[in-house]
Design a binder for this molecule. Sequence first.
Ligand code: MOS
Length: 721
Amino acid sequence: MTLLDVTASTTTTETTPTRTHDAVGTANTRVEGIAKVTGQARYAGDIPFAELAHGWLVLSTVARGRIRSIDAEPVLAMPGVLAVLHHENAPRLKPGVGLMGPDASTLLLQDDRVPYRGWPVALVVAETAEQARAAAEALVVTYEEEPHDVVFTAGHPGAYTPESSRFVQPDVERGDVEAELAASAVVVDEEYTTPEQYHNAMEPHAAMARWEDGRLEVVDSNQGSHAVAQLLAALFSLDGDSVRVRSEHVGGAFGSKGFNAHLILAVMAATQLDRPVRVVLTRRQMFSLVGYRPATAQRVRLGADADGRLRALDHESVSLSSALQQFVEASTRHSRALYGADALRVRTKVVPLDVGAPSFMRAPGWAPGSFAVESAMDELADKSGEDPIRLRVRNEPAVAPGSGLPFSSRNIIACYEEGARRFGWADRDPRPGTRRDGRWALGLGMAASAHSAGVAPATASITAEADGTFTVRIAAADIGTGARTALILIAADALAVPKESVRMKIADSDFGPAFLAGGSMGTTSWAWAITEAAVALSKKVVPGDPIPPEGIMARADTTELVGGREQRESLGFGAQFAEVAVDVATGEVRVRRMLGVFAVGRVVNPTTARSQLIGGMTWGLSMALHEEGVRDVASGGLANADLAAYHFASNADVPVIEADWVDDPDTYNPSGIKGLGEIGIVGGAAAIANAVWHATGVRQRHLPIRLDRVLMAGAASGGGA
Ligand code: MOS
């Protein structure tokens, strides 16, 4: 409110302003909520532009081969059609780049090669979207077909160990796993599988591109406007400053809105036609163009003493990848972080097939990895006659098992205790199949959750305005999480002003580098930059002096601060509990209640934090019972590439889900925040599968837990419970 407040709050320490105000921690609805529910908020597909042309994608109908011909002439004669872009006439691109480095899947319309079914082979541009669609559907493309391989198995001869990188942790071999297993009183050795799972954010992907005064201007739906601008510049051989990307409102992303084909093609068309061009994906197109969670097959071997103390933990994860572009589902992250064992072995492999590149999907690695490891721990609990929570507590590690680094904090036992108390865990009969409610067999299950809580460099600026307000500019993204609102609270406290005095401008690459809304690292990374910018501003503003009409601006860049920290294993933790009812005659599984208790650092906005956690848990339920992309072996595509056939949890499937958190002080990041966008899904499917075992006495090691799987298991075990 006043500049005196700013100075007073920041003179006590140079890098950590005292929080004289306390907006952080109070419950707030989204600042853009009214705009969203009244339709005022405009998304990338909604914003009108003069002279806007519309592009429609044409996707390959074969899974592997070469384009023989594209018959553009008849289509160019159709109403409104302006252009047909394809590999013979499209602008040339520099070697492909993507968020993870070199990326062949961004090299669109560069040659006649077809790497998978659903690969873009042309873009038809017309005056209206309807004309573009009609022409795209009329375009005749012929192919030289080659045999394809889309069948994922753990023992596929093409499986290989990927090189380690920022996204791929190196394999671990510590101690003698085989010797420890041989010396163990209790052993679990099982394979768990998870299927392909598909991205379907509420807002389908959309991008508009145009050239304005020598600059490429893009309005897109993405998770990081600055990163996308840099990638576009590299791909199109442009100067970084000559690209501007904005994405003010994003209707869900979950990892799918990075750097996608429709955007690259919109830029190509806008460049060639010198007109604004928009490309919007259909739901069906999303199934082949925006990434997905690959199938995994995971073997987990646990060896323990009679009292449940782990001697050996061996986790091998094999996941589906693409022959076009490697993607590694890092499912062993869970086993690297959760349990201490005398000997630890974690190995990661991928199987490249003729499919589109998988990509990040909420809690990549952690979500499928936790299903395997937390199911195996439940099996070990049963085999050793130990309570599942006590077994986990007994195997708490002193340092991170995979890296050997100390944890920045690890408050998981409080999550177990609080969750057990609230869920009524003490009343659970450890024997399976003992409770019924009419035709329903009832069971309780639990699992541990964890997710990395990292931080990455970001830049931010704050302007003290002449009217006493403050404008924050940061290339953050609010993908529906409430990040914009959270950052207002953080800025208000850093400036020691009421939140009403703060204006938050985000999602514009012109604001400078900032990490993506991804990896549960967004809010933490942006909060640090904003807090530093508040400190810098306090040094420029002289108390009592009037602010000039143009305001006073200060910037901060946290690159050095982030890079200069000691290494720690920084993670959020949690415990999930589920009660299920299983009809062993029909195979129907209903989740009756779920509870998640998390240790996720300092919670900025309880309203949206709870919504993130509940959203993640709901997805965990969906993963447990419904979601499965089914490959059609003959065509190489998906058999269920639409929302009619791709099942996911809807309202009637979702019971009361409660999410809460325990105190989790952690000063490794100055803000004390641990990102919580992803942890809600981690452990959810295992808690449900463990509850299904408790209800029926039969293990479900393959997701989703479909009716037929419950029925077959019931038959195998002589009628179930
Ligand atoms: Mo997320 S899968 O880190 O965007």
